[in-house]
Design a protein around this ligand. Structure first.
Ligand code: G3D
Ligand code: MG
Length: 158
């Protein structure tokens, strides 16, 4: 059995916990309790056991928190498609990841695709393409592309 550690990374309230929960339990709650510290869930994709680390807090990559990245085999960068700032912030977040653990396989979730006020276009996501990251418009609420996102990451990890 292959085991792979995956870390959910991104600004506060982009949907890291919701995507994780949708993926591991296939449930979505409009009212998640605020998670405390790091939550670890597991799920299987074929022969691979994914150990998904979801970090709580306003600043998921503060110097203290960033230690949860150590040993990650893959990263899910999560943005909120209704807030451009969460896409811009990915550049800084990626720097922190790179400094901590180097370049590991990464995919991007442009989350909340079910909402009307979508503010992301090709200009904002050009950086993701430059990095060679597969990018998915996801909805943790409706389930759109959630499985595809994690499957793509597992393929990248190989
Ligand atoms: P975080 O773990 O990145 O901080 P959460 O983010 O998963 O806690 O989600 C933050 C808020 O966004 C939550 O709303 C959650 O329900 C909502 N959310 C997450 N993903 C989606 C999505 O795909 N679509 C929609 N419409 N909402 C989403 P609350 O109101 O509980 O704070
Ligand atoms: Mg959370």
């Amino acid at each position: 059995m292959l085991k792979k550690k995956i870390c959910m990374v991104g600004d506060f309230s982009v949907g890291k916990t919701s995507l994780t929960q949708k993926f591991v339990n296939n449930v979505f709650s409009e009212k998640y309790l605020t998670t405390i510290g790091v939550k670890i869930d597991t799920a299987f994709i074929n022969d691979t056991k994914l150990i998904v680390w979801d970090v709580a807090g306003r600043d998921s990559l503060s110097p203290i928190n960033a230690s949860y990245l150590v040993g990650a085999n893959g990263i899910v960068l999560v943005c909120d498609g209704t807030r451009q700032s969460t896409v811009r912030d990915i550049k800084d977040i990626w720097q922190v990841v790179k400094e901590r653990i180097g370049e590991v396989p990464t995919v991007v979730a442009l989350n909340k695709a079910d909402l009307e006020d979508w503010h992301i276009d090709a200009e904002q996501t050009a950086y993701f393409e430059e990095q060679g990251w597969q990018t998915f418009e996801t909805s943790a609420k409706e389930g759109q592309n959630v499985k595809a996102l994690f499957e793509a990451l597992v393929s990248e990890i190989g």
